[in-house]
Structure formats: C-alpha cells, structure tokens
Ligand binder design. Structure first.
Ligand code: MV4
Length: 512
C-alpha cells in the first residue's frame, strides 16, 4: 500500500498521552502534526512532540480545548486539513464535527449524524434493535414519569433508570423497590438536567453483576465494517476503567463470534466511519446486551492493537481521508493477550485523592512486551485542570499469564517521584487471586479491593463515602503501620499487605 500520506497536516485537539499517541501515528504516516496547548500545558509532552504548536487559551478546558472557534481558527491558520479529537473533550461532540465540515476541515471520526444518534441512548437503542443487536430488556422511548413507573413494574424490579443523554454511568439510578420508583426517577431527571440540559429518561432491566465487554469496530466510507475482537473492562472504580484486557476472560468461541457479528451489524446500521466501540454487558449466563456505542478512539485501544497488530489510530486517520480499511475480517486474528493498567496521579491510600504536582523523577519500564503510552516526563507538571491519568502501562504476552508476569515486572520497574500514583494499587491487583483466575465482574474493586468502587449503582454514593471512607482510611493506616513494623523486622514489603482488606471493608460497611 503506497497511497501516500492521507493528509499533509493534522491538528490534534487534545492533550496528554492521547495527543502524543495521535502525533506518533501522524509521524509514521508522514503527516505534519499541529498541537494546541492551554496556558497550563505550555511545557507538556504533546507540545514537544508535535511539528507545530499553538496556544489555545487559559487552563480551564472550556476556554481552551473545548473552544470550538479557537480550535477551528488555529486549524485554518496552521493549514491543517483535518482535526483528530482524541477521546474526551470534543471527540463525541456532533456540533463540533458539523462545524469542522462547514469550515472545510475533516473531522477524524464518524459523521455528525452518527455521533448524535449514538449520543442519544434511546435513539441508539432503536437503531440497534432494528439492526438485530440484542439490547438490555427495557424501553426504547423517552418516557413520562407515569410511563416509566408502569414500564418498571411490568419488567419487574430491580431496574436502572437512565438518562437518554447520559452514558458512561452518568445520570443513572438503580431502583430496587417499587416504592422508590417515583423518587429515583425524579432524581435521575434532575441529575440529567443539571449535567446534560436534557432530563429525558428510559428504563432498563437491571443486569446483576455483569461483565463489561466491548468490541472494537472499524468502518470506512466504502461500506466496509469489521471488528477487532473484544476487550474486558470490568475493573472499574466509580465508572472509571482502571484495568482492561484483551481478549476477555471466559469467552466461549460462540459468544465471541456472536458479539463480533452484532458489533459489525451495529457499525453497518449507522454507516460507521472510523474507529469505534460497541459496549456490551455480559451476564452470568453469557447472554450479552448492547449498552452503548462510543464514537471515538478509546483510552484502552492499545490492548486491542497488541493482540491484533492493527494500528487503530493510523487506520482511523486513513479512513477519514477516504481510504478503505485496507484489510479484511479474515485477516485479523487474536495473537496472545494484553493488559492495560491506567496509572493516575492519585493517592490510592487517600481514597484516590488527586495528587497534582511536579513529576520529579519519571523512569518508565521497558523490555519485552512492554508499552507505555504517557503524557509526562521527569520535570513535567501534573495540574488539577485535567484528567489525572499520567500513563497507560500495557503489556503483551503469548498468553494471559505471560502478560501478567510482564505487568508485574513492569510495575516493579516503574519509578515516579514527586507525586503519588496508583502504581501500588495495580501491584496489589496483580497478586489478587480473583483477578489471576480471571473470574471477576464489574463489582471487583468494590468486593475485593476497596469499599468505594462502583457504588453509585447499589448504594447512595455520598453516604457510603462519608461514613465508610473515614473508617477505611483509618484501617489502611493501621495496616500500614503494622506492615512498616513487619518490614523493619526484615519482614514483608509494605505494599503487599496494604490492600488485602476486603474482609474488613465489608465488616465496616455492614456495621455502618
Ligand atoms: C447497567 C448495569 C446493569 N444493568 N445497566 C455503568 C456504566 C454505563 N455505561 C452503564 N452501566 C451499567 N449499566 C443495566 N441495565 C450496570 C452498569 C454498571 C457497570 C457497567 C459497566 C462497567 C462497570 C459498571 C459498574 C456498575 C454498573
């Protein structure tokens, strides 16, 4: 394939590791890259890697990375032919995609119509139902309060009341008792109104202890669509993914095939162009249900890249330039296994409180099977203005055990000083027997590691945090002291005992 560079110049409307990732793809494709940076990011890594960089405003994202006029004017000024939005920021903003088109700049991603349709979760459910994709049982219309209550009673509790404009866990409520329906609906609506300016809701049957398995898709403007198999993203904390892997655990060939087919049908149903993801819930009986489609490159795309040898970001850029995907479904297979640990500038011992500051020492791991996608370096500043993820540590192995051994080894090599990070947390997970057996679901962190996991679904989050956190922090401190004393006596290393507190956490919770 010697088609020449798909574009001459691309603007990356993002920051951090994903901006770096896109710049790398551009470099390999022979495309000049244009970075934008807020005042807080003057010295950021993505600025150093790009061919050109332009200031785009003050630190607050709303006034810089989210300022459409400003970003589009920089695109014009720099002569960029296309804009890559990365993830977050304007990546799923249909208005921005539309404005790019009006300005004669290619938006690297699906059409504004697709973004809009998939952003409206009820419209997405209608589309997917028509395409024969299995949905979580529930409603496919926006409902009045009375309709929602009637629908919930008919399908039987527990149910999830979800904001149509939501997604990713925002604006949803678990309702377990009929007597709570009215109040939960009211709360879901007011949350949705505050977050999205839209209080429409729908109702789904609650899927108990589901696994979160998603399928990477690629579609092009020539009508081709394929999938790149699945990722398992069940390890989440308050709807933030923490560890992802590919392929998924406990994935019978039949389920894999059916989910792949469903994802391709979904892509075709919306004429999907670019890289996207179909999110599914998989229940204990291996039934799968479409949850939502993410119309962007995802944080965890590298695990798929490592097992399929497909460069998802480069392929997305080529597709946006009108090229074909360039390979067929039959040419894509699964080779080995990959894991990703998201490393945050957070203190895992202080309820994952943000830990901004200067990265005094940054010494990332390397060696066989290790990839580190990062936006920081020694001397970089982690500010409070943006997402605190500083690095994605990804390992590959011929099988899951090898990927885990490499992750354990890489986490041990990783040195970050000046800020606290979630590295110790990841080290603990790599020794957790439930994780090692691959027998976890979305309640993993809540059950095995911490009391403050995905609790918004099951319990009132504020209440839980207020009461249990104080007790839990005290418990952590006690354990730390014990571990420190043991270490002094030539005993075990501290990090090994700190997290094995699930039993105590449960006790505390029961007592609270
Ligand atoms: C659900 C569910 C159970 N049943 N919907 C959370 C994020 C958002 N994308 C949808 N989510 C869920 N929707 C029904 N009908 C459970 C979750 C859920 C979850 C999903 C994926 C990964 C982690 C999760 C943690 C808690 C709840």
């Amino acid at each position: 394939m010697s088609e020449g560079p798909p574009f001459e110049k691309v603007l990356i409307a993002n920051r951090g590791e994903i901006a770096v990732r896109v710049i790398r793809a551009c470099r390999e494709l022979g495309i000049r890259s244009v970075a934008v940076y807020s005042d807080a990011d003057r010295n950021a890594l993505h600025v150093r890697y790009a061919d050109e960089a332009y200031a785009c405003g003050p630190p607050a994202a709303a006034k810089s990375y989210l300022d459409m006029d400003r970003i589009l004017s920089i695109a014009k000024r720099s002569g960029a032919q296309a804009i890559h939005p990365g993830y977050g920021f304007m990546s799923e903003n249909a208005e921005f995609a539309r404005r790019c088109a009006e300005a004669g700049v290619v938006f690297i991603g699906p059409s504004p119509e697709t973004i809009e349709e998939m952003g409206d979760k009820v419209l997405a459910r209608q589309k997917m139902q028509a395409a024969g994709v299995p949905l979580v049982p529930g409603t496919t219309e926006k409902l009045t309060d009375d309709e929602a209550i009637a629908a919930a009673k008919e399908m039987g509790l527990p149910v999830m009341v979800k904001a149509t404009a939501g997604g990713g866990g925002k604006g949803m409520r678990l309702v377990e008792a009929e007597s709570d329906l009215a109040q939960s609906i009211a709360r879901a609506r007011s949350e949705a109104r505050a977050s999205f300016g839209d209080d429409a809701i729908y109702v789904e049957k609650f899927v108990e202890q589901p696994r979160h398995i998603e399928i990477q898709i690629l579609g092009d403007s020539h009508g081709n669509a394929i999938h790149l198999f699945e990722r398992e993203c069940s390890i989440q904390r308050r709807h933030q993914k923490v560890i992802e892997e590919a392929p998924a655990n406990r994935m019978p060939a039949r389920l894999r095939e059916e989910m792949g087919k469903a994802a391709v049908a979904a892509a075709k149903a919306v004429g999907y162009e670019g890289a996207g993801t179909c999110e599914f819930l998989v229940d204990a009986r291996d039934r799968f249900y479409f949850l939502e489609m993410n119309t962007r490159v995802q944080v965890e795309h590298p695990v798929t890249e490592l097992i399929t040898n497909v460069d998802i970001v480069k392929t997305g850029i080529r597709i946006a330039a009108g090229q074909e995907i360039g390979f067929a479904q039959s040419e894509v297979g699964i080779n080995g296994a990959a894991l990703e640990c998201r490393i945050y500038a957070e203190d895992p011992e202080q309820n994952f409180r943000p830990s901004p500051g200067e990265v005094l020492v940054y010494r990332p791991p390397g060696g066989p099977g290790v990839r580190n996608d990062s936006g920081v370096y020694s001397g970089a500043e982690v500010t409070v203005h943006y997402d605190p993820m500083i690095s994605k540590l990804i390992t590959w192995g011929r099988d899951r055990d090898e990927a885990i051994s490499r992750m354990r080894r890489a986490l041990r090599e990783f040195v970050v000083k000046g800020i606290k990070t979630s590295i110790p947390f990841h080290r603990a997970v790599m020794d957790n027997s439930t994780f090692l057996e691959g027998r976890y679901d979305t309640s993993f962190i809540e059950r095995e590691i911490l009391p403050s996991g995905a609790t918004s679904v099951a319990v009132d989050e504020e209440e839980l945090r207020a009461g249990v956190m104080l007790a839990a922090i005290a418990a952590l401190k006690r354990d730390q002291d014990l571990a420190a004393r043991a270490a002094q006596g030539g005993g075990q290393r501290q990090t090994e005992s700190r997290w094995k507190l699930a039993g105590r956490m449960r006790q505390l919770r029961g007592a609270g």
